[in-house]
Design a protein around this ligand. Structure first.
Ligand SMILES: NC(=O)c1ccc[n+]([C@@H]2O[C@H](COP(=O)([O-])OP(=O)(O)OC[C@H]3O[C@@H](n4cnc5c(N)ncnc54)[C@H](OP(=O)(O)O)[C@@H]3O)[C@@H](O)[C@H]2O)c1
Length: 352
């Protein structure tokens, strides 16, 4: 029996990417699509690339209807709205993969500080936080087996953690003075028009935004690095927007914990990712490039040691919509439902 899947937020970028990837999944049946403004249209009217492949309507979410028609729900909604939909679908027995930030932070107080608003200062469903598994399989594969609520990581945290986690875990670099410098394509901002994503304003330049602790992915990276380091972490995160539609490149600057052989850093990465289906440690001399992972669930990672400054540079490239969102969500579904982790995800990147 195929796993019946619903996508809530099917008219957005990560929703469309879920449909594209799930069409190639041999054990999944696309059962229902939901959104808000696009409800009443057919998917191919919103996204012509699906004409002739998917003839499903987009509907308004009704939790009872969704739970009747599907076993698994992917939620590709804005935070806040997502938590309410998660609670409704989880209560009806579905396996839920939430692409929003609502269940990534384990501490409801931290969530309130970063995501709260005047209208809604606190987490709408803190009672579900203990059950949520942080969906980075390279760190939490064991806990994902059988999970019913998965918090799919943010795109920047996925890129930064895949680059530096092996070095922190091996005790080679300190987690306390990390600098995460990362660049994203414009789809990271979602499909709703905004000045930051407007072509004439995004198209010809490169800019940092939400600097010095202004970006909401900061506490998520700090939470996961603190768990690895066993101590509180405060990092400096500088996101940049690049004039491309997809991709994230993360450069993480770290300080060694002592005198280590230069080869020790790459060895730690190779050990950490041995047997990992989607992470490639690039050979010495090769550096990550978003163009090589575009459209695929792969992450390319590398590390370099600066003998002059004594610092270490951990790097990674991912596609924000695939390993940074929808592909990773499918990888987590496969693990949660006891399927082969790679099913539906073996496509190679679109290069050139
Ligand atoms: N873009 C990325 O690279 C990325 C990466 C990782 C995680 N995420 C997270 O994934 C989620 C979706 O991101 P996205 O980039 O796909 O956003 P998006 O392109 O703006 O799409 C949002 C979707 O949510 C639907 N929606 C909004 N409010 C709704 C409501 N109250 N009820 C039902 N549907 C509603 C929209 O439908 P209508 O427009 O038809 O109303 C649309 O389908 C966000 O939480 C985002 O932070 C995004």
């Amino acid at each position: 029996m195929p796993t019946r899947v619903a996508i809530v937020g099917a008219s957005g970028y990560t929703g469309a990417e879920l449909v594209r990837l799930l069409l190639g999944h041999p054990r999944v049946e696309l059962a229902a699509l939901y959104a808000r403004r696009a409800a009443g249209s057919r998917l191919a009217e919103v996204f012509p690339q699906f004409a002739g492949r998917v003839d499903l309507p987009i509907e308004e979410l009704d939790a009872d209807d969704c739970a009747r028609r599907a076993d698994v729900a992917f939620l590709a909604l804005p935070h806040g709205d997502s938590a309410r939909a998660v609670a409704a679908l989880h209560q009806r027995g579905m396996t839920v993969l939430d692409l929003s930030a609502d269940f990534r932070l384990r501490d409801a107080g931290v969530y309130g500080r970063w995501y709260g608003s005047e209208a809604e200062p606190a987490h709408p469903h803190p009672e579900l936080l203990p059950e949520a598994v942080y969906g980075l399989p390279e760190l939490y594969r064991d806990r994902l087996a059988g999970a019913r609520l998965v918090a799919v990581p943010g795109c920047y945290p996925t890129a930064a953690l895949l680059a530096v986690a092996p070095l922190v875990r091996a005790g080679l670099v300190g987690a306390d003075r990390l600098v995460v410098d990362a660049k994203s394509g414009v789809t990271g901002a979602g499909r709703s028009p905004s000045p930051i994503a407007h072509f004439p304003e995004a198209g010809e330049g490169v800019r940092p935004y939400k600097v010095v602790g202004g970006h909401r992915h900061t506490p998520e990276m700090e939470q996961e690095l603190a768990a690895l380091a066993g101590a509180e972490v405060r990092l400096l995160f500088t996101p940049h927007l690049l004039p491309m539609s997809r991709g994230i490149l993360a450069c993480v600057y770290a300080e060694p914990t002592g005198e280590h052989e230069p080869a020790a850093y790459r060895d730690a990465m190779v050990r950490a990712y041995e047997g990992e289906p989607f992470v490639t440690v690039l050979p010495p001399g090769r550096l990550p490039d978003t163009a090589h992972v575009r459209g695929s669930n792969r992450a390319h990672v590398a590390v370099a040691v600066c003998e002059r400054s004594g610092r270490v540079l951990a790097m990674s490239a991912i596609d924000n919509l695939v390993k940074g969102a929808s592909g990773q969500a499918i990888q987590c579904m496969n693990l949660a439902r006891g399927l082969d982790e790679t099913e539906g995800l073996d496509g190679v990147g679109l290069f050139p």
